[in-house]
Design a protein around this ligand. Structure first.
Ligand code: COA
Length: 300
């Protein structure tokens, strides 16, 4: 009988090796599913390094499986105000289905941690089996909708304000919208990182905050509106910013129950990516008819 690779806590020095494990496992899954993914590991690292460094810095749990000094799998989670999210869970194809994932998940997503336990899950059957065992169930599909951004001239009743990291009232408004829509709010360190990585906007009508959005070269989201009816105007502004930033492609992470955003984007020619994820959690939470996730889809 062969023994399991050893499991240890990760360190920031493991960031690039873990990223390579993710790229290998995800592209392998894409090929097996007939939905091949584009981009080399170096290209993914170039656009994802900032996110990987942030996760390395802010992880609640981050564990690697190592065999002959080589990382063959890892699991990582983040926690904010009661929301405990598994962000990544990957094992190299040659080491899959041998119990490595089971050992990693027990460490990276320990039971009884978090008031809400949530995962944006692939449909890999091993992952789904493990996530059921971890007490979560699929709530709804999480779709990616994309196309080249287009600017639209038009009147909007909303006023976008670039969020300033030192503007206490804007940060408070952002936090209140998150609490009202997601039941949990990002802390200052995460907002600081988000604003380093992308532009952030608070939207007001008659000086009342009604929503927010983030958009940049490395991705779009999170986005939320107190009233779903405001999403089309917010999404038009995000598309407009993406055009100004010179982005060739814009991708939205759409919870399937968000019908207002879905109909708006589909009517504007956005296409649903064949790769569909699932939002899994240990209990229903949040108002996902008015929320869009962080992209790339590692966490909400
Ligand atoms: C998901 C992943 C990390 C799991 O790691 P792993 O080492 O392969 O997992 P394990 O061998 O520990 O566990 C696999 C489990 O799936 C079960 N399983 C396998 N095929 C299954 C099926 N068709 N239906 C139900 N369960 C199945 C196995 O029985 C095993 O459970 P058990 O230990 O209770 O018997 C790994 O397979 C992987 O990297 N997949 C591709 C990337 C991916 O989709 N990651 C998830 C990101 S959200």
């Amino acid at each position: 009988m062969t023994s399991l690779p050893s499991i240890r806590r990760a360190t920031p020095n493991d960031a690039e090796a873990c990223h390579e494990v993710m790229w290998t496992a995800v592209t392998d899954l894409g090929t097996r599913r007939g939905t091949p993914l584009v981009g080399s590991v170096a290209e993914w690292w170039a656009s994802g390094e900032s996110l990987q460094r942030f996760l390395a810095d802010r992880a609640a749990e981050w564990w690697v499986a190592e065999e002959d000094s080589r990382i063959v799998g890892y699991g990582r989670s983040i926690e904010r105000a009661g929301l405990f999210e598994l962000t990544e869970f990957f094992v190299l194809p040659t080491s899959q289905s041998k119990g490595v994932g089971r050992a990693l998940l027990a460490k990276a997503f320990p039971s009884r941690r978090g008031l809400i336990r949530s995962i944006i899950a692939t449909t890999d059957e091993r992952a789904l089996g493990r996530y059921y065992a971890a007490g979560t169930i699929p709530r709804f599909p999480f779709l990616t909708l994309s196309r080249a951004p287009r600017s639209e001239e038009g009147r909007s009743s909303l006023t976008p304000h670039p969020i300033g990291i030192d503007n206490a009232s804007e940060l408070r408004a952002l936090r209140e919208i998150e609490l009202a829509t997601l039941e949990s709010a990002r802390g200052e360190a995460e907002i600081r990182w988000l604003l380093d990585d992308r532009e952030g906007f608070l939207y007001t009508r008659s000086d009342e905050p009604i929503g927010f959005a983030f958009v940049g070269n490395h991705g779009v989201g999170p986005i939320a509106a107190l009233d779903p009816a405001d999403l089309p105007d917010i999404l038009l502004h995000v598309e407009d910013r993406a055009t100004s930033l010179g982005l060739q492609q814009i991708e939205f992470q759409l919870p399937a129950p968000n019908e207002v955003a879905a109909r708006h984007l589909l009517s504007r020619g956005f296409r649903i990516d064949p790769w569909v994820n699932l939002l899994m959690s240990d209990r229903p939470f949040g108002r996902f008819d008015r929320v869009m996730g962080f992209g790339p889809p590692l966490f909400l």
